[in-house]
Design a protein around this ligand. Sequence first.
Ligand SMILES: C[S@@+](CC[C@H](N)C(=O)[O-])C[C@H]1O[C@@H](n2cnc3c(N)ncnc32)[C@H](O)[C@@H]1O
Length: 288
Amino acid sequence: MATGTNTLWDRFLAPIVRSFIDEEALQRFDRSVDWEAEVDRLHDSTLVYPDYYRSQNFHGIRGGYLTSGAAVSYDPITGYVLPPNETWVRQSAIEAITVRPRRILDLGCGTGSQTLMLKRAFPQAETIGLDFSPYMLFMGEYKAKNAGLEIGWRHGSAENTGFADRSFDLIALALVFHETPTEISQAILRECYRLLSPGGEVIVLDGNQQALRQTDWLTEVFEEPYIKEYSAGNVADWMRQAGFAAVTTRDFWWIHQVTRGVKPSAGSSPEVAETPDIADFDLGALAT
Ligand SMILES: C[S@@+](CC[C@H](N)C(=O)[O-])C[C@H]1O[C@@H](n2cnc3c(N)ncnc32)[C@H](O)[C@@H]1O
């Protein structure tokens, strides 16, 4: 699946991670899917992939996210690269949410791991996952069907979604901004601002920018083309520049961060819904 470049990941870490992964089972699953038909069903033929996305071999995979190999191997590998535990890291973003959402959008949803957790935390909310890759969307849809969760899946661009103004009250982005050039992350936040109703909230979970600046090897290990410019920036500043108020960043386990912002109501302080009681969350169902 990987291109076999000579990075630290390829030489040392990939062989270790691979020893924990049943590659044969993944390949069997990959072969069992009629990708041509599924991609045809899920993809929007009017969508044009920008160069910053189409041209990159994310994580050293030739063709990046526009391949079945990337989609099938994403979850097993992600389980090993989000210390201390993928579910805890993802849950830190769920716990930062203070609105009681009716409509949730997960931008750059990938294989839907965060989308499924959002739906479980807020089962009453209509939830949609959007991604550039129909291969990743297929995996999200497959997981949601197996879990009996009703989630909408949309092939699209996070910076130009096509949804109506003020049509969501919670937008999440998990592990996306370290994979987009800074100007695109900023454009995505402007799109979030347009899409949120007043009082609505945006939540961004990603690598801790300060920690990444202090540990050069972390920005080199995973073959991420834009991670250096991501680590040089500041998601909280980008949120404020997009118009968000009450912006806060919380570190989680030193190498992750969750940044949250609220779209203010016109002429007043942010109209955030009352913080939900912890009993409102279906915490038992959060584990994926
Ligand atoms: C590292 S994955 C994260 C997936 C998922 N959010 C998660 O938490 O596992 C990044 C995802 O963002 C998607 N992506 C990157 N840039 C995008 C954009 N501009 N619009 C839509 N999706 C994008 C990629 O296709 C990929 O599925």
